[in-house]
Write a protein of this length. Sequence first.
Length: 191
Amino acid sequence: MKTRFVRLMAVFALICAAAACGCTGTTNPASPVGEDISWNLTISDGTNEEVLSFSEIKELPAWEGYGYAVSTVGIKYGPYTVKGVTLATLLDRVGGSGDGDQVGISAPDGYYWVFDDEQMAGKGFVTLDQNLKEKPSPALTVVLAYEFNGTAIPDGDGGPLRMVVGTDEPDTITEGSAWVKWVDRIEVKRP
Ligand SMILES: Nc1nc2c(c(=O)[nH]1)N[C@H]1C(S)=C(S)[C@@H](COP(=O)(O)O)O[C@H]1N2
Ligand SMILES: [Mo]
């Protein structure tokens, strides 16, 4: 009876160890975050187009900071630590953006959002404090994010690629409407 109990405990300990190292899961913890995600992003200036895969996007110079948003119904999400590529870096691939340009962001569900030239420079956004009271804006960065809190962004949260209006400090909330989920196309429109 006693040996049986010891054996049971040993099996239990093994299962716990396997679960802790991720051996029972379907994901491989040794592979970098979101390495095998298949998703393409098209960047266009109306004439030239470039298609980047998820892994090509991750090879571009990364931006790291914070994102904290509120939906129109007042639900806050974040603050997240955010990793991604700035919209400016992505647009450099089709000649950049400048005065008077507008940048349209699209997703497969038909959602479409436009950033103007002021917002591309990190200004002209509504910013709120924790109590959702409007406060002066710190410098903001428009980022195409691929990680929230060090993990690939789940589909339900708008991954694998989601727009973020990001900050260098975690205490500023921005409006969720600009946080386009499932981004698959970025197009600069020059005047
Ligand atoms: N692709 C896509 N992105 C989107 C939306 C959408 O309908 N489609 N809604 C936007 C709005 S208005 C808000 S408030 C937030 C809501 O984010 P949530 O769905 O994670 O709560 O996503 C934004 N991004
Ligand atoms: Mo919204």
